[in-house]
Design a protein around this ligand. Structure first.
Ligand code: FEO
Ligand code: CA
Ligand code: CA
Ligand code: CA
Length: 675
């Protein structure tokens, strides 16, 4: 891992304005190129992408909805090299697809089939655009391009074979018709945030996987066991429709696996797919450099709507720490601490996946509880914790059960329910962890029902926007915030504050714009977050639905301070019954004009996501995800009705259908990005 040579003292570019244009806007003195979009060929034999709905063979093309992404350097000879700056592999997630009425309509000439059953050929195409890809990139005279003929190029799809690793490997909860001994599963799905291990592999978080599965209305009764508690906790309700109806594609197991109803007569589930969903929801590890190595699901890191996996700064002779978030409303923040102690020799190991086995299969998982005084606890999730062993709602059998049903373990210990933990990153000097909390429509001063929560110290805002898409809704915390934690003297202790509150610049500074954001800094719904290892800049990316009347989604550069550099802040709410609700939070120092600036605004209907860089910090790669996603399915054949025509309107590729794509940004004077 390259160490940051300089933490930039201030941001050297001029902030870009908020924008509703259908283009990528970046500061003066910078340039960008599109290099890798949905459908781009990954083998020499794969034809160019026509982008008219007739293309096939997506197992050999870039997938859809580019998301988290990591950079793996190569030397001139094509060997792994942490210092490679002009030849590399990009490994990335293809999270999902732009869909309506079940169909991924841009992939079909006239939009595909929105009724059930779904045709097998449509299902096959939709499955293949999910998963991961690895693509070689090369800079020639400072101009980057993918290498279509590279032997490194690779797709992983929801049908690729994957090993189950860690405590849940071989457990009864993983037994299926596909893997009667519970050691394997098929593929990975809805991959969102990423991570890069200190030994040079790619980590990917499986996020909203539950919606792809279906179970019949009678399944709760047919099962009649504690698996029903698990399925409900993870949001898979009997009788609810699946996202795409893939289970209706045919009788072959590749379709039948998406129906997780109990259908067979076995006790252990080895004759049907009742346990199939337990094979999704993990951090999956891939050696981007070696396609012959099996992918592995690291079950020790828990099962939930995973985002990124961010490593604490490695210290020789100490355990490794991995920070994790569960991105759903009112879910938790976690950390994993390895049993193995970090060895400097493992930074460049002969067998990278074996090194993953060493650090990620054994350790302790913790969940976060926040106190009002700026302290917190990391609570151990293991059978050694009597609160878990004695939990009445769900009787945990063993550590494997905790690794599969991690949300229930978090419930058992009373962890703090957060405003949607998205990505996180570790400050390369202070080692403090920054966690985006993107928004939460279930935060409410007058909570009703079991899903709504009153504001608390770590999630202190609940308010209604007065203009824009949320003006008429009760929106809780529509703009999100970024919380940071600092490890304490023991593994179970931490301190925290809120680094930044998202807000519109003209919002009330007493209750909403608590970080005093200006027009050059204001943003809503922070989602992606990553620190540059070269400049130390904290890059913040948005996936917003609240400020989109004023601006498309964006990326900002930040030079944050540290936990405790601000002050306590008292927020006083008046409830509908006239009583007061007083919440005290910890707010970081308001960012100065040269410490937080908007760097980029994306085209229409996109989110900005994925961030990686060359080790010298002179090129950064980001993803523009789902431009034009609110286009109506009925308008698929009429480009004039697309809400975005990016990137074809930026000169990239055939056809006018919008495509998720990777861009590379460089500074015209050859300097480091943002500094
Ligand atoms: Fe895939 Fe939570 O963003
Ligand atoms: Ca507004
Ligand atoms: Ca995200
Ligand atoms: Ca998102």
């Amino acid at each position: 891992t390259p160490t940051p040579n300089v933490i930039a003292a201030s941001l050297g570019f001029t902030a870009v304005a908020k924008s509703l244009l259908d283009k990528v806007v970046i500061p003066a003195g910078y340039s960008y190129q599109v290099i890798y979009a949905l459908g781009d060929p990954l083998t020499a034999a794969t034809p160019a992408f026509k982008n008219d709905g007739t293309d096939g063979d997506f197992e050999n093309r870039a997938g859809d909805h580019h998301d988290g992404m990591e950079y793996f350097g190569l030397d001139a000879a094509g060997k792994p090299s942490a210092s490679g700056v002009d030849r590399a592999l990009l490994a990335m997630n293809h999270e999902a697809t732009t869909d309506a009425d079940k169909s991924s309509f841009f992939l079909f000439p006239t939009g595909g089939t929105s009724t059930l059953p779904r045709p097998a050929a449509e299902v096959d195409k939709e499955v293949a655009i999910h998963g991961l890809s690895v693509v070689e990139i090369k800079a020639t005279n400072k101009k980057w391009a993918t290498v279509q003929t590279s032997a490194f190029n690779r797709r992983v799809t929801p049908l690729s074979e994957v090993e189950i690793a860690g405590p849940a490997r071989g457990n009864a909860l993983l037994k299926t018709k596909y893997s009667a001994d519970g050691t394997k599963t098929r593929g990975t799905i809805n991959n969102c945030g990423t991570g890069k291990t200190p030994w040079g592999t790619f980590l990917s978080g499986e996020e909203n996987w539950a919606g792809y599965f279906f179970r019949v209305a009678a399944d709760d009764t047919v099962r009649g066991d504690k698996s029903v508690v698990s399925l409900k906790r993870y949001g898979r309700i009997a009788g609810d429709k699946s996202r795409h109806g893939w289970e209706t594609g045919g009788s072959d197991d590749k379709y039948a696996r998406w129906n997780i109803s109990k259908l067979g007569a076995s006790v252990d589930g080895s004759d049907d797919y009742r346990n199939e969903m337990n094979g999704q929801g993990y951090i999956i590890e891939m050696d981007a450099y070696d396609k012959t190595k099996a992918l592995k699901k690291r079950t020790a890191l828990g099962r939930f709507a995973h985002e990124s996996a961010a490593f604490g700064l490695p210290v020789v002779g100490k355990p490794l720490t991995v920070y994790l978030g569960d991105d759903s409303r009112n879910e938790y923040m976690y950390k994993f601490v390895s049993k193995a102690l970090w060895s400097a020799a493992d930074a460049n190991p002969a067998d990278r996946m074996a090194t993953g086995d060493k650090y990620l299969n054994e350790g302790t998982l913790y969940v976060a509880k926040f106190n009002a005084d700026g302290t917190g606890q990391w609570i151990e999730l293991s059978m050694a914790n009597p609160t878990i062993a004695g939990y009445a709602t769900y009787k945990f059998a063993d550590l494997a059960d905790i690794c599969v049903n991690t949300r229930l373990a978090g419930d058992a210990v009373g962890a703090t329910k957060m405003d949607r933990p998205e990505w996180g990153g570790v400050h390369p000097v202070t080692g403090e962890y920054y966690q985006t909390l993107t928004n939460n429509s279930n935060r409410n001063v007058n909570p009703t029902g079991s899903s709504q929560l009153a504001p608390d110290s770590a999630n202190p805002r609940a308010y209604q926007d007065t203009d824009g898409p949320n003006a008429s809704k009760n929106v809780g915390n529509p703009n999100g915030h970024i919380l940071r934690t600092k490890e304490g003297a023991s593994v179970g202790a931490f301190t925290w504050d809120v680094y930044l509150f998202g807000a519109e610049a003209d919002a009330d500074k007493a209750m909403i714009n608590l970080s005093n954001l200006t027009d050059d800094q204001d943003m809503s719904s922070p989602d992606g977050l990553a620190f540059s290892q070269s400049t130390g800049i904290c890059w913040i990316q948005t996936d917003d639905g609240a400020y989109t009347d004023v601006t498309n989604c964006m990326m900002l550069a930040a030079i944050p301070g540290k936990v405790g550099d601000g002050a306590s802040k008292a927020l006083s709410y008046t409830k509908t019954d006239g009583s007061k609700l007083d919440v005290t939070t910890k707010v970081g120092a308001a960012p100065a004009a040269d410490k937080l600036k908007r760097f980029l605004v994306g085209p229409k209907d996109c989110e900005i996501t994925g961030l990686c860089e060359t080790p010298d910090g002179k090129a950064i790669f980001i993803n523009i995800q789902h431009p034009g996603e609110t286009t109506k399915m009925a308008d698929v054949a009429d480009p004039t009705k697309y809400t975005s025509q990016w990137p074809s309107n930026a000169g990239y590729g055939a056809g006018k259908r919008p495509r998720s794509a990777t861009i590379v940004i460089t500074k015209d004077d050859g300097g480091r990005i943002g500094s």
